[in-house]
Design a protein around this ligand. Structure first.
Ligand code: ACO
Length: 328
């Protein structure tokens, strides 16, 4: 089997128009713009229209990714949607998207790895292509976190937003593309970040709704510590696997959870602030959509040139983490 170089053929993003600013949140819970900006770096988030669900955001981002790759939906062999906010339990959001796009040849499934889901999706797509099973895979991160956020809980409601990012993965010229992947999980930390209602353990009942079991719950401090540790270590591991050094990084594209977590990762990697793509000030934490949204925006803004060495790194519920070295 030939070792096919696999990379990104096109990127796309979509965010809803409606904005939820820190000033709006000041009117909803006891918080302040100053607290939110200094503790998180977030200034506003986008919120989906009531008529929009995750597949609608995924669709818009996917159209743009296909256009930027110069491909049509019929060229896609597989669709992977990473999300923790699917339209419904099943059919999968990937199947809903496949129908909407008219990607008739494509197999489709959702992937659940919370904020690390997009990196997990890229690794899955890459390996399908390297084995020769598929040629082109659409990998999407899409979320409507506003639907699982308790807007009376100031610990979480300031953090999350809605949006989608998509990429088409396929064969690229020799020397380009993904050089390494690192994926990890520690299920013992699952309780730190979860939605426990609505599944088979705590089915939806009037009681589960009254007890707010369908909202995201989080131990922010412990997630913060985990994030700081794992962002640096998994990025270093991905660099080592790719035979590269920290000083080789042209752009870090981190999960956009909190500016302090991004700064800690930069410090550990010995990189200056301008080496990180940051858009969390405008979108907040969009879970699985965060990295593809940042990547698409970096590409649009001309921040990535051919041959640049990127490190993508994320962490999230599960607990999970993932990173990848990518030559553009
Ligand atoms: N406004 C004002 N005060 C607040 C707010 C708020 N919005 N939220 C919390 N506080 C208070 C707390 O009650 C606490 O008060 P106390 O000391 O009287 O108890 C104080 O501020 C400090 O709280 P901490 O939790 O220590 O604040 P911290 O500096 O850790 O910041 C934060 C909190 C922003 C949540 C941080 O811990 C964080 O970013 N954690 C990681 C979150 C994350 O990345 N989650 C990923 C989710 S991804 C996924 O899988 C969906």
């Amino acid at each position: 089997m030939r070792d096919i170089p696999v990379g990104i053929l096109g990127t796309g993003k979509y965010v809803p128009e409606s904005r939820l600013t820190n000033q709006d949140l000041e009117r909803m819970v006891e918080t302040s713009d100053e607290w939110i900006v200094t503790r998180t770096g977030i200034r506003e988030r986008r919120i989906a229209d009531p008529a929009q669900a995750t597949s609608d955001l995924a669709y818009e981002a996917s159209l743009r990714a296909l256009e930027s790759a110069g491909l049509s939906a019929e060229d896609v062999d597989l669709i992977i949607v990473a999300t923790i906010t699917p339209d419904m339990f099943f059919p999968s959001t990937a199947c809903l998207l496949q129908d909407r796009l008219g990607a008739k040849r494509a197999a489709a499934f959702d992937l659940s790895a919370a904020c690390s889901g997009f990196i997990y999706g890229l690794a899955t797509a890459t390996n399908f292509i390297k084995t020769g099973m598929y040629r082109r895979v659409l990998v999407v991160g899409a979320e409507t976190l506003s639907r699982i956020t308790d807007y009376t809980d100031r610990n979480t409601c300031i953090l999350f937003g809605d949006g989608a990012g998509a990429v088409v993965v396929g064969e690229v010229p020799e020397g380009r593309g993904f050089q390494s992947f690192v994926l990890g999980a520690d299920g013992s930390g699952g309780e730190l970040l979860r939605i426990c209602g609505g599944g088979s353990r705590v089915p939806a009942t009037e009681r589960s709704v009254a007890d707010k079991k369908h909202f995201l719950e989080m131990n922010g401090r412990d997630v913060f510590k985990f994030a700081v540790r794992v962002m640096g270590s998994s990025a270093e591991e991905a660099l080592a696997k790719a035979g590269l050094d920290k000083s080789d990084i042209d752009l870090l594209v981190p999960h956009q959870a909190n500016i302090r977590i991004v700064q800690a990762a930069l410090e550990r990697l010995g990189l200056s602030e301008d080496k990180a793509m940051v858009n969390l000030d405008r979108y907040g934490n969009v879970s699985a959509a965060s990295i593809p949204l940042a990547l698409a925006e970096a590409a649009e803004e001309g921040r990535i040139r051919e041959g640049d060495r990127l490190v993508l790194v994320g962490f999230g519920g599960g607990l999970t983490w993932g990173s990848s070295v990518l030559v553009w």
